[in-house]
Design a protein around this ligand. Structure first.
Ligand code: NAD
Ligand code: WQD
Length: 339
């Protein structure tokens, strides 16, 4: 997609969508956010305008509402869609599988119908490293076998398969599935970031809550893994690097056809205790923690082979672990002081 084209971001008010909106607006794209605010706040829109000095179109709606979505695609003269909208909590998906399939899979079917009617064939989909299931080897490249270990992961896998079938059925489709590893951090302004409503499931927002005194200590889920310090190792990627990856993905769509899946990770893993130490450095205070039992379903180590993104998109992650932690801390402090 070229500069000046209009891009619709489903779930654009969410964590990754909002950071991507900044990068796209800064690069000269017209950005329309489509969100039902089920897991985000309307105040994000004002913050995006403050950060970029630009105006964003907002359509409040559910992706399962095909008619509203089609109208938004036509009215805003959309060239491509980035599909972030979805539910993402693994534990919740085990308890509410129907809700997850409805929101994620039915939502995607609705989006595809709306795009078809509006004549739009360019799509970037928010996929996840979760589609690799239990790692068979490391680092994980895109040819690694896919499988799912929970309903959330299964929705991502089903959507990827649906998109591959669609691309096989229609040679004019351009579809890119970006498989994110562990997005963390925030925009340098501290105005947008990740601040879940409930107690966080993910490591970094949990650490940030402990650092700001809103939770007493971190539970480290197991220290007996086969890793250097016994705690789980993951490929944490700065959300602004991830956002840049979407810009690169959109530019790539212009010269590609068919379906493709590409990892967005750094290629490097950090343990839970390394994350704790890095965050302590960033916030200048101790993060109390307790070692507890392993979390059901967790794996020891997961990190990406990130070469394909470099070869095909000309993108690679640039930001350091320190930048991930300092930006997350800046956002947390702002969120706490304005609450
Ligand atoms: P998020 O919850 O912050 O953002 C999702 C946004 O989608 C929210 O603003 C929410 O209100 C909106 N939304 C949800 N259901 C909707 C619906 N039916 N209609 C319209 N809007 C709806 O999550 P995020 O971390 O920004 O994740 C974005 C995407 O990336 C998700 O699809 C997620 O599965 C995927 N992903 C996230 C991670 C991660 O760790 N954050 C990792 C891999 C993949
Ligand atoms: C990271 C490490 C935990 C919390 C999840 C989803 C995955 C993807 C990214 C969407 C692990 C440990 C965590 C805590 C801890 N999301 N931990 N105490 O599990 O790698 O991936 O988010 O697609 O699908 O499964 O990320 O941040 O939850 O955990 O010790 O309170 O931190 O055991 O080793 P995970 P995470």
């Amino acid at each position: 997609m070229q500069k000046g084209n209009n891009i619709l971001l489903t779930g654009g008010a969410g964590y990754i969508g909002s950071h991507t909106a900044v990068v796209l607006a800064d690069a000269g794209y017209g950005v329309t956010l489509y969100d039902n605010f089920s897991n985000s706040s309307r105040s994000v829109i004002q913050n995006l305008q403050t950060i970029t000095g630009q105006r964003f179109n907002l359509v409040e709606g559910d992706v399962r509402d095909t008619a509203t979505l089609e109208r938004a695609l036509r009215e805003h003269d959309i060239e491509a869609v980035i599909h972030f909208a979805g539910l993402k909590a693994v534990g919740e998906s085990v308890e509410k599988p129907v809700e997850y399939f409805d929101n994620n899979v039915v939502g995607t079917v609705s989006l595809l119908k709306a795009m078809h009617c509006a004549g739009i064939r360019n799509l970037v989909f928010s996929s996840s490293a979760t589609v690799y299931g239990q790692p068979h080897y490391l680092p994980i490249d895109e040819s690694h076998p896919t499988s799912a270990t929970n309903p959330y992961g299964r929705t991502k896998l089903h959507i990827e398969e649906l998109l591959a079938d669609l691309a096989r059925s229609d040679s004019s489709q351009r579809i890119l599935c970006l498989r994110y590893f562990n997005p963390v951090g925030a925009h340098e302004s501290g105005l947008i970031g990740e601040d879940p409503n409930d107690i966080p499931n993910n490591l970094m927002p949990y650490i940030a809550r402990v650092a700001s005194g809103r939770l007493p200590h971190l539970n480290v889920f197991g220290d007996d893994y086969d890793t250097p310090d016994g705690t789980g190792v993951r490929d944490y990627i700065h959300v602004m690097d991830l956002a840049d990856g979407h810009l690169a993905g959109l530019m790539h769509l212009q010269k590609s056809t068919g379906w493709q899946a590409i990892n967005l990770g750094t290629g490097k893993g950090f343990s839970v205790l390394e994350m704790v130490r890095a965050f302590e450095q960033a916030c200048g205070r101790p993060i109390p923690y307790q070692i507890t039992d392993r979390r059901a379903g967790d794996i020891a180590t997961c990190y990406a082979k990130a070469d394909k993104a470099w070869q095909h998109l000309g993108w690679r992650a640039e930001r350091t672990l320190e930048e991930m932690c300092t930006s997350a801390w800046r956002f947390t402090q702002r969120a706490v002081s304005s609450a």
